[in-house]
Design a protein around this ligand. Structure first.
Ligand SMILES: [Mg+2]
Length: 124
């Protein structure tokens, strides 16, 4: 099943705007050797995913695992930072976020159709 078929099969689905986000986000990039520094983006991505984990850890530690609206908003901001670094890394590697998202959906819908969602292995 192609992304186009998946897209048209999901009622209410809107056209993806990942590439627009990717282009706009990258205009805010400020780090050494922009355009030749995927390592910086990988390190940033790891750092920001750690920040998401830290926020959630503190919800467990300090709030009995209950996600208040305030905490959810904090986590949302960190997820935005994760998204920024994913977009920057994709740009550094000349990849398109639209293509990444489309190929991921095609993979997942293929697995779903073949009843292979569960299990291990990248190439199920
Ligand atoms: Mg952050």
């Amino acid at each position: 099943m192609t992304y186009s078929e998946i897209y048209h099969s999901v009622k209410g689905a809107k056209k993806m705007i990942f590439n627009d986000y990717q282009k706009l986000a990258f205009t805010t990039a400020q780090y050494p050797n922009i355009g030749e520094n995927p390592i910086y983006c990988i390190l940033g991505l790891c750092g920001e995913t750690g920040e998401v984990a830290e926020k959630i850890k503190k919800v467990i530690r300090d709030n009995n695992g209950k996600f208040t609206q305030e905490k959810i908003i904090e986590i949302e901001k960190e997820l935005g930072d994760v998204l920024w670094y994913i977009a920057a890394l994709a740009t550094e590697l000349n990849l398109s976020l639209d293509d990444i998202a489309s190929k991921n959906l095609e993979k997942l819908f293929s697995r779903k159709k073949r009843n292979k969602i569960k299990g291990n292995g990248d190439n199920r």
